[in-house]
Design a protein. Structure first.
Length: 385
């Protein structure tokens, strides 16, 4: 009150003994700190009188939660369209995930879309970037999933979990760049003569990365991420399920035993807010001490206004994971929406070889249109066959 933060009718309160009258407007200025999010705009895929279909950027939570309020999809849309706009999200994406979301403009539209989603009459397709050489053939994972720790947002494959089914199809595999023949690695060995790392069971390469399409047929929390980890091909920058400091060198591949759960949760709990952010925040609904996101590090400075310890801004890479909701479509063909491929799903180097539908295609440049057309042509050929 003494600083003028509390006002009546737009004017500072003259004294604590001031008597409030009927019709007075009391306002309070609040100073708060909120984690930064990407400046990438929320893309509009489709808009009608009933529904807004958006392309959510990675790193932005859907709802206000924890220390996030105005830096959320709901509040950003309200800010852009006026406070009378009441966005009603119909599907949910993790904060770190990007892609298609349905935002209803009124209650009836929200109920209709939510019903379609819960009754599983909607086909979903995600694209992800995973570690190693994913199998070229279609791969189906039907391992049940159990939530191990609600506080940490940790889920694992367990026999007593809920049924879950995901269909995976590799789009491309990119081995790491070859080293020059005269280069020498840090161990003094000839890099060119080094053996290619391969899985001893499957013979597939464990280095490089694959671009994979994922079609979840059920809707469990972290379903795609957990199934990919189980298949030994976790999302390459997943802060939880691809973290060797948490799961060990095998990253929990083909593991359904609960014996290591306590150890894993203990490791997650120990990972403090000051450590280097190789592990990004893993769940937007974490509470208490876990609201301090791993994408942030203490800067050593304090806010001049309130004395709160300040955090450094996370890099763009730390704001999301390589998982994108690319396509949603109704099974009866009434509607369907899709986005382009994110940059991380495209070839990184010119003259890169992309394997699509079993054929090797040389890309002269990192052009979205070419890759998109090739994918569509492959899909059409598969349907004809």
């Amino acid at each position: 009150m003494l600083t003028g933060a509390i006002q009546i009718n737009g004017k500072p309160v003259p004294s604590p003994s001031h008597i409030v009258q009927n019709g007075d407007l009391i306002s309070h200025t609040m100073h708060r700190h909120e984690p930064p999010v990407t400046a990438e705009p929320i893309g509009i895929v489709h808009e009608s009188n009933d529904m807004l279909v958006i392309n959510k950027p990675a790193g932005v939570p859907v709802h206000p939660a924890g220390r996030y309020r105005y830096n959320s999809v709901v509040e950003i849309l309200r800010s852009e369209r006026g406070h009378s706009f009441d966005p009603l999200p119909c599907n949910r994406l993790d904060r770190l995930t990007s892609g298609i979301m349905f935002i209803a403009k009124h209650k009836e539209a929200a109920e209709k879309m939510t019903q379609q989603l819960t009754q599983r009459t909607v086909r979903k397709e995600y694209v992800c970037r995973v570690k190693g050489e994913f199998p070229a053939e279609e791969t189906i994972c039907e391992q049940p999933i159990l939530q191990i720790s609600p506080k940490l947002g940790l889920n694992r494959v367990r026999a007593n979990g809920k049924t879950a089914r995901t269909v995976f199809q590799r789009v491309a595999y990119y081995p790491p760049p070859s080293k020059p023949a005269d280069s020498v690695d840090i161990k003094g060995q000839d890099a060119a003569a080094g053996a290619v790392p391969r899985d001893p069971t499957t013979g597939r390469r464990t280095d490089g990365y694959s671009i994979v399409f994922a079609r979840p047929l059920t809707g469990r929390t972290h379903q795609i991420r957990v199934h990919l980890q189980y298949l030994s091909h976790p999302i390459a920058n997943d802060p939880i399920y691809s973290n060797m400091r948490v799961f060990g060198p095998d990253l929990g591949a083909f593991s359904s035993s609960p014996t290591s759960d306590e150890t894993i949760m203990e490791r997650l709990g120990r990972m403090g807010k000051t450590e280097a952010a190789q592990a990004v925040a893993w769940h937007e609904e974490m509470v208490g001490d876990y609201e301090r996101k791993k994408a942030e590090k203490l800067s050593g400075e304090k806010c001049e206004v309130c004395g709160t310890e300040l955090y450094t801004d996370p890099s763009a890479r730390e704001l999301g994971i390589w998982l994108h909701a690319r396509r949603y479509e109704c099974k009866d063909g009434e509607w369907g929406y899709e986005t382009g491929l994110p940059g991380w799903a495209l070839p990184e180097r010119e003259e890169e070889e992309t394997v699509i539908g079993g054929e090797t295609v040389v890309r002269e440049a990192r052009v979205l249109g070419d890759l998109e057309r090739a994918l569509e042509e492959t899909t059409l050929e598969e349907k004809k066959a």
